[in-house]
Design a protein around this ligand. Structure first.
Ligand SMILES: Cc1cc2nc3c(=O)[nH]c(=O)nc-3n(C[C@H](O)[C@H](O)[C@H](O)COP(=O)(O)OP(=O)(O)OC[C@H]3O[C@@H](n4cnc5c(N)ncnc54)[C@H](O)[C@@H]3O)c2cc1C
Length: 552
């Protein structure tokens, strides 16, 4: 297998020689460094690489070149190599053009000239970008391969588990990919045993549960300690932040999730407003960084493990898992966030996983290349989902009950949607049914004011509305509002049941629930801000409060 390619582009021969020298000095063992003296030459080279089937890891291009400019080259490169990292090399005076490029050409980063010393200004950036590329790319013939039926809910569950847990795999749809049949025949896998997961060592898992996959990949599902200072339930942004701070501040910390790290944020294709990431960051990249950081600092992470209950036993808390086991801890952080509520339209339940997906735009988008898909909902998550789907689908229709997206979606997303020609807004409409034989084929839309129904062809429906807190696993003593969101700190005083529930001489700490030592952070909390930064802030704050609680 050829080494992956790292391409540098600049029209100034001296700069090109210098950047090639510095890049080769560090990366030539693992990558082939290719250089080009113009945008056109580089694009030609990228096309040739694609035709040869070579892997392109990264393009670092000057912005100002005669002819094809850096941003144009990087935009074209994205079409051919969607996961290759695209970096712009700019002069200081071009910084505003570079920031623009982040928005328009979806550039991953911009570096400024000069980059001396490269150990400080060039290599950390390239290391980081190449790590991200490696996490997303998978060589054609190696690694995990998942064979299944695109319309089978069980296949979707495994696909979603692998994607969300950042486990690279190759997806082979049995009905369209001839390689899939060859693999199945060779291993004598019958249609009833799908999906089948093929490992590099030749092993096969037939119709596995996510738990079987985790175990086969050598992941531990058992807690290492008999007693923890803090068990964090839910590894979304709030839980991950708490794990980073808990572990770094000396708490024996265990983080658990029933599905994958990252939570709702992990399913986001691009978070544009999280501090410190001017070019935006995908949910999976933010998750990868946060989890690496938490584990490096000493937090233990177990997935997939569902927490089903908590018992308070002489001050200790016993966290009950779905398989009946218990984990003992002195404090708990409930960071289980929110989930989408089932859409009530006829046919939705029967087609879930077979063309109807909750969130999951990043997992399923490639399967709908060239198709006609619908997004239900007008919030930011729907907007991001629609933009991501538009990269693959022929048409993306956003169905909303209101007359516009103005009151429900951030302006930056509305602007991007308006500029995306294959996205169509369908205002004042509601989905009233989904139909099809074995998978989604049609959608029934009803006009909000007249009640008139129309049937349209549809290949998939992505639902982004109706959220509910995931607080059902908490003990009854944890007070909630009418919708099930958890009350914490000062808000508890207003709850009618509070005086009967809280028996301590002190008041609850800021993010403490009505059960001493059980805290809540992020979207699960009543009055939460529903933002990544807010969840991260609350998760981090909890650690200080847990310290206070443990010292009582
Ligand atoms: C598609 C999308 C795009 C978004 N984009 C943005 C954006 O651009 N900017 C922004 O600021 N915000 C954005 N948000 C909102 C943001 O992602 C959330 O506010 C944030 O993720 C909340 O974090 P959390 O940690 O509180 O909970 P969640 O992210 O909901 O994580 C909860 C975790 O708990 C786990 N869990 C649940 N129940 C259990 C159980 N019983 N046992 C074990 N584990 C359990 C879940 O599997 C999940 O991983 C977006 C949300 C979505 C859905």
């Amino acid at each position: 297998m050829n080494k992956p390619i790292l391409m540098v582009v600049d029209d100034d021969p001296q700069v090109l020689a210098a950047v090639r020298r510095d890049v080769r000095a560090r990366y030539r063992e693992q990558y082939t460094v290719v250089s080009a003296g113009s945008g056109e030459e580089a694009l030609e080279a990228v096309r040739e690489l694609k035709a040869r089937g070579d892997a392109l890891a990264l393009v670092l291009s000057d912005q100002r070149m005669p002819g094809l400019q850096g941003t144009e080259l990087l935009g074209e490169t994205r079409e051919l190599y969607p996961v290759a990292r695209r970096l712009l090399l700019t002069a200081y005076s071009d910084a505003s053009a570079a920031i623009n490029a982040i928005n328009h050409a979806k550039v991953d980063y911009y570096l400024q000239k000069p980059w001396d010393p490269p150990e400080e200004k060039l290599y950390p950036v390239l290391d980081d970008q190449l790590d991200a590329w490696q996490a997303e790319s998978l060589p054609e013939a190696t690694g995990l391969r998942l064979v299944g039926d695109q319309w089978a809910p069980r296949t979707h569950a495994i696909k979603d588990f692998l994607s969300a847990n950042l486990i690279p795999f190759r997806w082979l749809d049995v009905s369209v990919n001839p390689d899939a049949r060859l693999l199945l025949d060779a291993a004598r896998v019958t249609p009833g045993e799908l999906p089948a997961l093929f490992f590099e060592d030749g092993g096969v898992l037939r119709d596995p549960q996510p738990r079987d996959v985790a175990e086969r990949l050598g992941r531990s599902l058992s807690a290492a300690e008999s007693l923890y200072d803090m068990v964090i339930v839910g590894a979304g942004p709030a839980g991950l932040a708490a794990a980073v701070y808990g572990a770094s501040e000396g708490l024996k910390t265990l983080l658990l999730d029933c599905h994958a790290p990252g939570g709702q944020a992990g399913s986001s294709s691009r978070i544009e407003n999280y501090l410190g990431f001017p070019q935006g960051v995908s949910g999976s990249e933010l998750t990868r960084r946060a989890l690496t950081q938490a584990e490096r600092l000493g937090a233990e992470f177990l997935v997939p493990l569902e927490v089903t209950g908590v018992r308070v036993d002489a001050g200790y808390k016993r966290v009950t898992l779905g398989d009946g086991r218990e984990i003992v801890t002195r404090a708990i952080l409930a960071a289980t966030g929110m989930a989408y509520r089932e859409h009530p339209a006829a046919g939705i339940a029967t087609h879930t996983g077979a063309g109807v997906y909750y969130g999951a735009a990043t997992t399923e988008a490639p399967a709908f290349a060239g198709r006609r898909v619908f997004v239900v909902g007008g919030g930011n998550s729907a907007g991001q989902g629609a933009l991501y789907l538009a990269r693959y689908a022929r048409e993306v229709h956003i169905v909303v009950r209101r007359d516009s997206l103005r009151d429900t979606m951030s302006q930056y997303l509305i602007t991007q949607l308006e500029k995306t020609p294959n996205v169509h807004l369908r205002p004042m409409m509601e989905v009233t049914a989904v139909e099809g034989e074995g998978h989604v084929e049609r959608i029934v839309l009803t006009t909000a004011d007249t009640g008139a129904a129309q049937v349209e062809d549809a290949d998939a429906v992505f639902v982004f509305i109706g959220t509910r807190p995931r607080s059902e696993w908490l003990p009854a003593g944890v007070l909630r509002d009418a919708k099930g969101f958890v009350l914490t700190g000062r808000e508890l005083a207003a709850a009618e049941a509070f005086p009967r529930t809280w028996k301590e001489a002190r008041q609850p700490l800021l993010l403490e629930t009505s059960v001493p030592g059980i805290f809540a952070a992020g979207d699960i909390r009543a009055g939460a801000m529903n933002r990544v930064a807010a969840a991260v802030g609350e998760g981090s704050m909890t650690v200080r409060l847990v310290h206070e609680f443990l010292a009582l």
